[in-house]
Design a protein around this ligand. Structure first.
Ligand SMILES: Cc1ncc(COP(=O)(O)O)c(C=O)c1O
Length: 509
């Protein structure tokens, strides 16, 4: 014999900002009033409803649950009699502030004695054996610093707020159904066209708009590429040292990391593993963290390796909008005749990471896979920001904005180089020709980078050792202990000069 259970639909009963989800079953042996009593009582005991939370009136409850008023009244009377709720004349019915049930009190007690969360215990969190190591984002307490040379963060003051709000407002006005509909998970075509147009002259990348997938920054791009191309145990080549944000994504997917050392010419391609089907992650324009640029010779060799071993290369071109010396080197993607390069660009550095907007230029044979994976992951990016960005680019404002901040950042880089030389004498510097940070190899007379960072912090100056700067090292003898990262774009020239002077004082004392 089958017993059918007829349930009335769940009703979300609203009262003020409290919502009650009550499910009544007509086949339940308990009466309707008992079911209402039990469910409200449970909500109170498990903490969903707390002391003094308002409840619906009996009239509202009866209408919303489709029961007689009398049923609601009887349920409330019992809750009042047992001390769970109380009425305030002319005001309403509320959860009692003095709850009687010892079971409730003991769950509260039990909660307190539970073991600390992994965060509280300072352990690495785990999810079914998946690695969840993460890179560092700047902590809010750094705002107290007199000068913070944090890396990879643009100057808030340079954000083109006026133009941006005009574009947002105009798009909101004409949005029609676009705010309330899904659109192509690959992104807004207007924006993809504008990016394609920008990439040719700026990076030497000739791409069809169809090859471009709009993503939530490079981080989203790492995940997309990884989900398509990494299986547990599959080989992933990374630079040594490299950017944690990318390496940890690959690691979380079970990739086997193959670190390849970096020297003054970028990735040492002679040491690439002779394995097939790898995914290689590189930062050729401004190596993260060291800042060196991969030579043309090495770029060509890396592409040849990828073709020979059927590898795909993720080219992370995160801060290539800023090149201060000579003309920009063509991106690896611009040299890629065999479609082995997955190019990642981001608006995080030239606009701001809060936008969460970036793009992938996918090899043609992977375009549809990227589009579908983007759909599986999150159905695409926000329409409004994409539309505003498309307008900002199409109007020519983006180009002007880039030229303006490039000049500003060049002046700040010069100020940093001058201040370092003034206070410390000739310095061995890497990566000052491009990007938003440079690396200073600390001279023998100074302590190592971790100690310099600690002394700087104590003096109110943030300077960054590789570990703090989200660099992943694979070899303690790589010289990284003496490398100090200095982001220069978010500080004024005066702040830079004062910050370096303070650091020099702190290191002398
Ligand atoms: C090397 C590198 N790649 C990519 C990113 C940026 O990522 P997103 O575009 O996700 O903001 C950063 C951010 O600091 C970075 O340092």
């Amino acid at each position: 014999m089958t017993i059918s259970v007829i349930q009335r639909p769940s009703h979300m009963v609203r009262s003020g900002h409290v919502q009650l989800s009550i499910i009544l079953s007509e086949t339940d042996k308990a009466t309707l009033q008992a079911q209402i009593f039990d469910q409200i009582r449970s909500m109170i005991l498990n903490g969903q409803l707390r002391g003094d939370d308002p409840l619906p009136t009996t009239r509202e409850l009866s209408v919303q649950l489709g029961v007689s008023r009398n049923t609601a009244v009887l349920a409330y009377e019992r809750l009042i009699a047992e001390g769970y709720i109380r009425t305030k004349p002319y005001v309403g019915t509320f959860v009692s502030p003095d709850l009687p049930d010892t079971a409730f009190l003991s769950t509260q007690g039990a909660r307190k004695s539970q073991p600390p969360t992994p965060d509280e215990a300072g352990e690495e969190p785990q999810a079914l054996g998946v690695s969840l190591r993460t890179h560092q984002l700047a902590k809010p307490d750094r705002r107290r610093l007199a000068a913070d040379f944090w890396v990879g963060r643009p100057d808030t003051r340079t954000f083109p707020l006026k133009a941006w709000s005009q574009h947002i407002k105009a798009r909101l006005k004409s949005a029609g159904p676009r705010l309330t509909s899904y659109s192509d998970p690959a992104g807004l075509l207007e924006l993809r066209r504008a990016i394609a147009k920008h990439l040719g002259p700026a990076r030497g990348v000739i791409a069809d708009p169809e090859q471009i997938i709009i993503v939530g920054g490079c981080q989203d791009g790492f995940n997309l590429a990884g989900r398509l191309l990494v299986k547990p145990g599959s080989p992933a080549v990374v630079e040594s040292p490299c950017y944690q944000g990318a390496a940890f994504v690959l690691e979380s997917m079970g990739a086997k990391l193959h670190p390849v050392p970096v020297d003054r010419d970028g990735l040492d391609v002679a040491r690439l593993p002779r394995v097939d089907g790898a995914l290689a992650y590189v930062t050729p324009s401004h190596q993260y963290p060291i800042g060196v640029t991969m030579s043309l010779q090495r770029r060509i060799e890396l592409l040849a390796w990828a073709t020979q071993h059927e590898a795909y290369i993720i080219e992370d071109d995160y801060d290539s909008d800023f090149r201060f010396v000579g003309s920009p080197l063509t991106a690896l993607k611009g040299l890629d005749r065999n479609e082995r390069v997955i190019y990642l660009g981001t608006f995080s550095k030239c606009m701001g990471p809060g936008l969460r907007l970036g793009y992938v230029v996918a090899p043609r044979r992977l375009v549809e896979s990227f589009r579908r994976m983007k759909m599986l992951m999150n159905n695409g990016q926000s329409w409004l920001e994409q539309a505003a960005m498309a307008d900002f680019m199409a109007s020519g404002e983006f180009g002007r904005h880039l030229r303006r901040i490039r000049q500003l950042y060049r002046e700040r880089r010069d100020a940093l180089l001058n201040a370092l030389i003034k206070h410390f004498g000739p310095c061995e510097i890497y990566g000052d020709q491009a990007g938003m940070h440079l690396v200073w190899k600390l001279p023998d007379g100074l302590p190592d980078a971790a100690e310099v960072e600690a002394r700087g912090l104590a003096a109110g100056v943030g300077v960054i050792s590789l570990a703090t700067g989200s660099a992943l090292r694979f070899n303690n003898d790589d010289g990284g202990d003496r490398m100090l990262m200095l982001g220069f774009v978010a500080l004024t020239e005066k702040e830079i000069e004062d910050g370096v002077a303070r650091l020099a004082d702190a290191l002398r004392s």
